[in-house]
Design a protein around this ligand. Structure first.
Ligand code: TYD
Ligand code: MG
Length: 464
C-alpha cells in the first residue's frame, strides 16, 4: 500500500516545502503554502510506491512517418486563428481568464458550433447548475444544438461516463479548479488536486483522440490561479482578456505546440453572446479625436495580424519633486527608457513634467516596435501640437537613439492603408525591403532626426 504523508505545497507555483512557511521561497508569494496529503495514486507525490519493473521501448530515428495533426475546425475564424487552424485531436487546451470575462460563453458557443457541424461534443460544468447553462444557451439561441451537458466535478464519475460511450470529439471542463479526484486526499482547488485531475483528463484525451478544453481562472496578477502546473501539461494555453469598461475581448495564445503563439482573436461581447470582430483596427480607432495633441497611431503586430492602436500621452507641468510617470497598457520601464533617450540624445526635457501614457481601448501591447509611436505621442503632448491625422508610426528605439527595423513592415502599412492612412514614420532600415507605393513613408535612422522632422512638420503646417 502506498504510504500517506503530508507536505506543504505553494498554491501559486506548486513548489513543495518540508515545513510551513509564510512566504514561498520559490515564487515569493505570501500565505500560499497549504498542507496537503500526498502519496499513492495519480498525484505521484513523494509517497509513491517503489519503482516497478519497466518494459523496453523501441527507439526510432528522426526521419520516418509523420502526419500533420488532424484538426477540427470550429468555423469561427477568430477562434480557429488562435488555435492555429482548429482544435487538434487528442490535444489539451487551457483557456484562462478573469471571472466573468466570458470563458463559459465562448466555450458553449464553440461547443454548439461543433455539435451543429456533426461532432460529438460534451460540456461538463463544475461551476454552474444545468439550469444556468441551459438559460445561457437559450439566451444565445443555441438551445437546439446537440451538445451533451452535465454538471459534475468528480473526475472518476466523468471518466466512467465518458468510457461508457464513444469518445467525444470535444470535451469541455468548466473549470479545472472545481474538479477533484479521490486518488489524492487534498481538498478540491488545491494544487495537488488540480494537477491530479488535469493529468487524468489529459490522459483520457490523448488515449481517445478527444480535444480537451480546460477552463482556468486567473488571479488578479494575471497568473492562472493555482494550476500554473497545468500549463506544462497542456498543448496550448489561451488567455481570454479584456476589461470591464469595454465590450471587446481578446483571445490570445501564449503557448501552442501546434501553432504560433501571440496570435489573437478579437470578439465583442453583445447581448447575444460573443461576436467576432473581423476588423479590429477599425474598432480600436473608432472614437479617435484627431485634433487633440498627444495621440499617435501605432501600426502594430499581434501574432501574424497587423493592428492599428492609438497611443495617448499626457505631459503636464509637475508640482512634485519627483514627477509622476504612470502607464496603462505598456511597460513602464520601457517608457522610462524612451524618456531618458529623448532627454539624453535629443535634448527634449521631461524632468519638470508628469507623464501619463495610455494605450487606447484597454489593450496591452508588449512590442518594442511601439517605441516610435510613444515618442511621437510624448513630443506632441509636450509641444501641444496635434500630429497629422493620416499618419502611423512604428520602430524600435535603442539606447543610443538609433531606430531599429521591425518585422513585417509591409503588412503594417497595408493595414494602415486599408483604414485610410497614407503617411508613415518608420525605421529607415525597413524602407529597403519594399513598401506600399501609395504611402508617403519617411524613414528615420535616429530619434534625433525624428524629433527634428516632427518639429519641421509642425512649423510647416503653421502650428507654432
Ligand atoms: P461568462 O461566460 O459566464 O464568464 P466566465 O465563464 O469567464 O466567468 O460571462 C459572463 C458575463 O458575460 C456576464 O457578465 C454577462 C455577460 N454576457 C453578455 O454580456 N452577453 C451574453 O450573451 C452572455 C451569455 C453573457
Ligand atoms: Mg464560467
Amino acid at each position: 500500500m502506498a504510504r500517506r504523508s503530508t507536505s506543504f505545497v505553494c498554491q501559486s507555483c506548486g513548489a513543495v516545502t518540508a515545513k510551513w512557511v509564510g512566504r514561498c521561497e520559490s515564487c515569493g508569494e505570501w500565505n500560499t503554502i497549504v498542507e496537503e496529503q500526498t502519496g499513492g495514486g495519480v498525484g505521484g507525490g513523494p509517497g509513491r510506491a517503489s519503482r516497478s519493473k519497466g518494459r523496453v521501448i523501441p527507439l526510432v530515428g528522426l526521419s520516418g512517418d509523420a502526419k500533420e495533426a488532424p484538426r477540427i475546425q470550429t468555423k469561427v475564424p477568430e477562434l480557429d486563428r488562435v488555435t492555429g487552424g482548429g482544435f487538434v485531436r487528442g490535444s489539451a487546451l487551457l483557456v484562462g481568464g478573469d471571472p466573468g470575462i466570458g470563458k463559459s460563453t465562448l466555450l458553449i458557443q464553440a461547443a454548439a458550433q461543433l455539435a451543429n457541424l456533426g461532432h460529438k461534443t460534451v460540456y461538463i460544468s463544475g461551476e454552474e447548475a444545468i439550469g444556468q447553462v441551459r438559460l445561457r444557451a437559450e439566451r444565445l439561441g443555441l438551445a437546439q444544438a446537440p451538445v451533451a451537458l452535465a454538471a459534475e466535478t468528480s473526475v472518476e464519475d466523468i471518466l466512467a461516463t465518458l468510457e461508457a460511450d464513444t469518445a467525444p470529439a470535444l470535451l469541455i471542463l468548466d473549470s479545472i479548479q472545481t474538479l477533484w479526484t479521490d486518488q489524492v486526499e487534498s481538498p478540491p482547488g488545491t494544487v495537488t488536486q488540480v494537477r491530479a485531475s488535469a493529468q487524468a483528463m489529459v490522459r483520457y484525451a490523448k488515449k481517445n483522440g478527444t480535444t480537451l478544453v480546460l477552463v482556468g481562472h486567473v488571479t488578479k496578477d494575471g497568473q492562472i490561479a493555482g494550476p500554473r502546473v497545468v500549463e506544462h501539461m497542456v498543448d496550448a494555453v489561451l488567455y481570454f482578456e479584456g476589461d470591464g469598461a469595454h465590450q471587446y475581448r481578446i483571445l490570445r495564445s501564449v503557448k501552442n505546440r501546434f501553432g504560433a503563439t501571440d496570435e489573437i482573436g478579437v470578439f465583442e461581447m453583445t447581448g447575444k453572446g460573443l461576436q467576432e470582430v473581423p476588423n479590429p483596427s477599425a474598432l480600436f480607432l473608432g472614437d479617435r479625436n484627431t485634433s487633440a495633441p498627444g495621440a499617435a497611431v501605432f501600426a502594430g503586430l499581434e501574432g501574424s495580424r497587423p493592428l492599428l492602436i492609438e497611443i495617448q500621452a499626457l505631459v503636464a507641468q509637475s508640482s512634485l519633486g519627483t514627477p509622476r510617470r504612470a502607464v496603462i497598457g505598456w511597460d513602464s520601464a520601457r517608457l522610462s527608457m524612451i524618456l531618458a533617450v529623448l532627454e539624453a540624445r535629443c535634448g527634449v526635457r521631461f524632468s519638470q513634467h508628469d507623464v501619463y501614457l495610455n494605450v487606447a481601448g484597454g489593450l496591452k501591447i508588449n512590442e518594442p516596435g511601439a517605441d516610435l509611436a510613444v515618442a511621437a505621442a510624448l513630443i506632441s503632448s509636450l509641444s501641444g501640437l496635434a500630429l497629422p491625422a493620416n499618419c502611423v508610426y512604428f520602430g524600435e528605439v535603442s539606447l543610443s537613439g538609433a531606430i531599429r527595423p521591425v518585422a513585417q513592415a509591409p503588412s503594417r502599412l497595408k493595414e494602415a492603408e486599408k483604414l485610410g492612412f497614407d503617411q508613415a514614420y518608420c525605421p529607415e532600415g525597413n524602407l529597403k525591403d519594399g513598401t506600399v507605393s501609395s504611402f508617403r513613408t519617411t524613414g528615420v535612422p535616429e530619434l534625433g532626426d525624428f524629433v527634428a522632422k516632427l518639429s519641421a512638420e509642425a512649423s510647416a503646417t503653421g502650428q507654432t
